[in-house]
Design a protein. Structure first.
Length: 108
């Protein structure tokens, strides 16, 4: 994959767009570090491309969570412990929602 500086994009946008048409994907850099990716798209395929990018991000996030869980030793948590954590979280959510409702009715 080709790398293009943000400066080059700013100074020679036409050349970068031509390169994008040829390469299909470009990595944009700032100070030599990647900051974004340009992906070729057209009106007909835009929604499919965006959905694919979002799906890839979600998969990367799940992989990162799994790596972190292994690193922190959380893969040895039992089903009962997981259920307890979920129950505690849900109970906290219910209390926050109930508190917000009571504040709305008191002020309304």
């Amino acid at each position: 994959m080709r790398f293009v500086s943000s400066r080059e994009l700013r100074i020679r946008p036409g050349a970068v767009w031509s390169l994008l048409r040829r390469e299909k994907d470009l990595v944009i850099t700032a100070n030599g570090k990647p900051v974004g990716v340009l992906t070729a798209a057209d009106e007909e395929r835009l929604e499919d491309i965006l959905a694919t990018l979002r799906q890839g991000r979600a998969q990367a996030a799940v992989a990162n969570l799994r790596r972190e869980a292994v690193h922190r030793g959380l893969t040895r948590v039992s089903d009962a412990q997981i259920d307890a954590i979920i129950g505690k979280s849900r109970a906290g959510s219910r209390r926050r929602v109930a508190g917000a409702r009571s504040r709305r009715t008191a002020s309304g």
